[in-house]
Write a protein that binds this ligand. Structure first.
Ligand code: NAP
Length: 413
């Protein structure tokens, strides 16, 4: 692959796909988008910690070869556009990439740079693990009971961006079609949005969630939907999810219904329970029966709300990690924005990006290095030397800079 303005480093090798699996060399080239605003500070800290952990765990046998690519303000400067072809080509070529937050330019034809990247690269699963880190102030009594991984569908639902403004030519045309052809009356002063949910979109997302549950020996996959009201979209999501589990994973899974109707609640050895919850009930369940939930698969809008609500429950909204994953390509990224008022002040928490890098290491199969970072973060929080956002909520804590926090995490590896 030839790039226009970037050159892949010569001392690394690309990750490849062999037999539907990633083949990761000991020196993989990982493209990295630093990001705008606080991206510069948190990416510097993240790279230092990841490099130190990989060195410590593998003693020089493995190494990440970072490859700087450009999006957002830095791309505007280098290429005269915010999302150059080089960047998308590099992610496609090298398969796994790390990304800081990006400013969404006002005007200029982009709804959001992030959304555009997800759509162009068809990154259909937004994966958000939520667990508790000891020492983090949390609003509930037993935050340690939370350990869920949410798989949110990323390309469909009311988030697909198919909508028309009240009174526009398009909105009037849709209203007239609905009135004349479908005999449905909608107030003429309405804006219109469309909610597509397909078998394809649902089943490839649910497949990812079940595969994850199997690979990580999780106990259950919960389908979260609002199918009691939206029968042909959310209800269909639930039905198609069960159908997939039955068709492709009959040996590895059992439905909750069968578990209680035929097995007296006894889970057969090694089987994963497939269950479903209506979205509003799920928000109660996750608060009061937290430990019963494990892997979650859900349409786009539910997933957006649920992932932030879960993260808030463990006090970790500011350090929640995330990834957007397609069939193979994985873009691992901070879930917060560019917080421009803190840009280049070396003060924000790199936790969200760093934990996304931990997810990335797990995706590469470098689980030991990821674990080492998680443990070191927890130790650093327990020692109460933390960035301002945690310090202001913790009694007796010492406030440190982003770079010092990274240094402390490295010392705790
Ligand atoms: P934001 O950048 O997430 O910042 C909102 C607030 O969250 C900050 O003022 C700060 O709160 C806290 N915060 C965020 N990151 C933090 C960190 N690493 N450490 C500590 N505190 C942190 O949201 P925004 O101000 O609404 O958005 C700014 C820009 O980011 C926009 O252009 C938006 O489009 C973009 N954005 C990008 C992404 C992405 O790239 N994935 C996601 C969301 C938004 P306090 O001031 O209370 O300390």
């Amino acid at each position: 692959m030839k790039f226009k303005k970037i050159e892949p480093p010569g001392d690394g090798k690309p990750i490849t796909i062999v037999g539907k699996k990633l083949k990761v060399p000991s020196n993989p080239i990982i493209p990295v988008i630093e990001g705008d605003g606080i991206g510069r500070d948190i990416m510097r800290a993240t790279r230092r910690v990841v490099d130190a952990a990989v060195e410590k765990i593998y003693g020089g046998e493995k190494r990440i070869v970072w490859f700087d690519i450009y999006a957002g303000e830095a791309a505007q400067e280098k290429y005269g556009e915010v999302l150059p072809k080089d960047t998308l080509d590099a992610i496609r070529t090298f398969i796994v990439a790390l990304k800081g937050p990006l400013t969404t330019p006002v005007g200029g034809g982009f709804r959001s740079l992030n959304v555009t990247m997800r759509q162009v690269l068809d990154l259909y699963a937004c994966v958000r693990p939520v667990r508790y880190f000891q020492g983090v102030p949390a609003p509930v009594k037993s935050p340690e009971k939370m350990n869920v991984v949410i798989f949110r569908e990323n390309t469909e639902d009311v988030y697909a961006g198919i909508e028309w403004k009240k009174g526009s030519k398009e909105a009037r045309a849709v209203l007239s079609f609905l009135k004349n052809e479908m005999k449905v009356k909608i107030r003429p002063d309405s804006g219109i949005g469309i909610k597509p949910i397909s078998v394809t979109g649902t089943q490839r997302l649910v497949r990812k969630a079940i595969d994850y549950a199997i690979a990580n020996k999780r106990r259950s996959v919960t389908i979260v939907h609002k199918g009691n009201i939206m029968k042909y979209t959310e209800g269909a999501f639930r039905d198609w999810a069960y159908e997939l589990a039955q068709k492709e994973y009959a040996k590895q899974t059992i439905t909750e219904e069968e578990l209680f109707s035929k097995r007296n609640g006894q889970v057969p050895e090694g089987k994963i329970i497939i269950k479903d919850r209506i979205a509003d009930s799920m928000f109660q369940q996750i608060l009061i029966r937290t430990a019963e939930y494990d892997v979650v698969a859900t349409p786009n809008l539910n997933g957006d709300y649920l992932s932030d609500a879960c993260a808030a429950q463990v006090g970790g909204l500011g350090m929640a990690p995330g990834a957007n994953i397609g069939d193979f390509v994985g873009l691992f990224e901070a879930t917060h924005g560019t917080a421009p008022k803190y840009a280049d002040k070396d003060m924000v928490n790199p936790g969200s990006l760093l934990l996304s890098a931990v997810m990335m290491l797990e995706y590469l199969g470098w689980t030991e290095a990821g674990c080492a970072i998680e443990n070191a973060i927890e130790k650093t929080i327990i020692q109460k030397t933390v960035t301002y956002d945690l310090e202001r909520q913790m009694e007796g804590a010492t406030k440190v800079s982003t770079s010092q926090y990274a240094t402390n995490i490295i010392a705790n590896l």
